[in-house]
Design a protein around this ligand. Structure first.
Ligand SMILES: C[S@@+](CC[C@H](N)C(=O)[O-])C[C@H]1O[C@@H](n2cnc3c(N)ncnc32)[C@H](O)[C@@H]1O
Length: 227
């Protein structure tokens, strides 16, 4: 089935949030990073401005700058009242209040949109649907990230997750996934099977990080090649 604009939820985080969610060191940021389900995060654009290299993969990159801008405004009108009506579902520490959240997401979107058309031409934003195979060679990226995509969308099923992570680990030496919760802020239903599957052949662990917005969402899953 074709992926339509009204199914897209362009709602993105920024570089500082990525640094906190994935415990990214300066050394990590100097590496060639690929970020899966990167959506309208400003991670790529902010790092590009600092002269660093990130490739972002997402379904929404098939749409135009204007389409994504319009869709963001629609999503904001739906999401922000939900957040304001359910304040207790979130931890207001890294993000102080709903107004700050709205500002952060708007700023991330603007930074992404400013960079999108140029970045797409440069191959930094690539339309691609996981778990389909990517064109990159085996272990050609030291680090791959998934923020608010894998594990969170547990409704995509265990098979989807195992296939997607298998492809991500084919091209990356290490993959970090944040959070390990589902959309209801409960432990992701697919986590245990993923751990059982990948721990056989990879180094795998769960690590506490410096970021929490969904309540109890302060852990990332790390999977690395053994060699
Ligand atoms: C909640 S957003 C997260 C955006 C960004 N990573 C962040 O944390 O700000 C999840 C993203 O995953 C993307 N996505 C969902 N299914 C996908 C798939 N099969 N392949 C690639 N991207 C996908 C969506 O289009 C969306 O942009």
């Amino acid at each position: 089935m074709a992926f339509e604009l009204d199914s897209a939820v362009p709602w993105g985080r920024n570089l500082k949030e990525y640094q906190q969610m994935f415990l990214l060191s300066d050394k990590d940021l100097d590496q060639k990073i690929i970020s899966f389900g990167d959506g309208p995060a400003s991670f790529n654009s902010e790092l590009n401005n600092l002269g660093k290299k990130v490739i972002s993969i997402d379904l929404i990159y098939k749409f135009s700058e204007q389409e994504l801008k319009t869709r963001f405004e629609e999503v904001k009108r739906i999401v922000m009242p939900q957040v304001r009506n359910n304040l207790d579902n979130f931890t207001w520490r890294n993000i102080k209040n709903p107004d700050t959240l709205e500002l952060l997401r708007g700023n991330a979107m603007s930074s992404f949109l400013k960079d999108f058309t140029k970045g797409k031409k440069e191959g930094r934003y690539r339309y691609h649907e996981l778990p389909n195979k990517l064109e990159f060679k085996d272990q050609s990226f030291p680090l791959g990230l998934s923020s608010h995509f894998l594990l969170l969308y547990s409704n995509l099923g265990t098979h989807f997750h195992i296939q997607s992570l298998t492809e991500m680990l084919r091209i990356c030496k290490e993959v970090r996934v944040f959070p390990i919760l589902n959309l209801d802020s409960k432990k992701s239903e697919v986590l245990d099977e993923i751990v059982t599957h990948f721990k056989q052949n990879y180094k795998l662990y769960i690590q506490k990080v410096n970021y929490e917005f969904q309540k109890n969402g302060n852990q990332m899953l790390v999977i690395k090649h053994q060699n």
